[in-house]
Design a protein around this ligand. Structure first.
Ligand code: CP
Length: 308
């Protein structure tokens, strides 16, 4: 059984294979005559369950479209409408779904839910985001960086803002893909020590720099994310905005990074909070390439999980 639960739980050569395969599938699809199905239909006859316990636009649509492009079928399930949301155990849900479908993607709150699903499923399980990590997003981000600027190994990536679940997967990727990661944000929103320790153990210790202007010096890539994540209480909004205002990615901040630096945001964004529209729509921004590459990266992740 090959699950895709986190970037640090998949071998580095397999991660590289996924990125290469995603790139090859993207090129093949772009080269085909418009309106024609892909020649390659590896998921023909297969059914994929897509479970969402949280809202989603990109993850939902890109997985659904990706499965269909590869000849498979999907079943999009809302956690609250399933018995899962009414007391049925995760283990029993995993065992039952495994009798019907070939692959499960789940977006959920607690990491424990994902892990329990994977433990009891007899089909592969993919992490579509938990409160702790978002590995599919960062696979798309690595692919996007390398399309624009070549290998990410040895490059400087700066995260500005909240040390959240998306940052966590960047920390895992720093270790696996070998890039330097700097975190700039308030101490109260520092990343979990476990992620810092992982990157350090992989020979890529994460730099913490409280001054965002110093942090972005020499950056190849500047990344930010929403200041209030889906799992954060809305009551924290004002306090977080006050804490994070100084870490907004604006044109002044981007001007301190390398002239050819890229800007990423996994979206959805709150324009003119964590990043200005000037940056999001400006020459450094690759945010919509990131969104597109969710499709290609996840197609390659599904093939990896199914051994296709
Ligand atoms: N970036 C991301 O996961 O987007 P959605 O929440 O819309 O799926």
């Amino acid at each position: 059984m090959t699950h895709f639960l986190d970037i640090h739980k998949t071998e580095a050569d397999q991660l590289r294979g996924i990125i290469d395969n995603a790139r090859a599938m993207k090129i093949a699809r772009n080269d085909r005559p418009k309106g024609m199905p892909d020649d390659d239909q590896p998921l023909a006859g297969r059914m994929v369950a897509l479970i969402f316990e949280k809202p989603s636009t990109r993850t939902r649509v890109s997985f659904d479209v990706g499965v269909r492009q590869m000849g498979g079928q999907t079943m999009v399930l809302s956690g609250s409408e399933m018995q899962l949301g009414h007391g049925e155990t995760i283990a029993d849900t995993a065992r039952v779904l495994s009798r019907y479908v070939d692959l499960i993607m789940i977006r959920t709150f607690e990491e424990a839910t994902l892990l329990e699903m994977a433990e009891h499923a007899t089909v592969p399980v993919i992490n579509g985001l938990t409160n702790r990590t978002h590995p599919c997003q960062i696979m798309a981000d690595i692919m996007t960086f390398e399309e624009h600027r070549g290998p990410i190994a040895g490059r400087k990536v700066v995260w500005s803002g909240d040390g959240n679940n998306v940052f966590a997967s960047f920390a895992h990727a720093a270790g696996q893909f070998g890039f330097d990661l700097t975190f700039t944000g308030p101490k109260t929103l520092d990343p979990e020590p476990e992620w810092m320790e992982y990157a350090a153990a992989m020979g890529r210790p994460i730099t913490i720099e409280r001054d965002p202007y110093k942090a972005v010096e020499g950056a190849d890539l500047v990344v930010t994310d929403t200041w209030v994540s889906m799992h954060d209480p809305q009551s924290a909004k004002e306090r977080r905005h006050n804490q994070l205002r100084g870490y907004q990615v604006n044109s002044d901040l981007m001007s301190r990074a390398k002239p050819d630096s890229l800007f990423m945001h996994c979206l959805p964004a709150h324009r003119d909070d964590e990043a200005t529209s000037e940056v999001m729509d400006g020459p450094h921004s690759v945010i919509f390439d990131e969104a597109e590459n969710r499709l290609h990266a996840q197609k390659a992740i599904m093939r990896h999980c199914l051994g296709l």
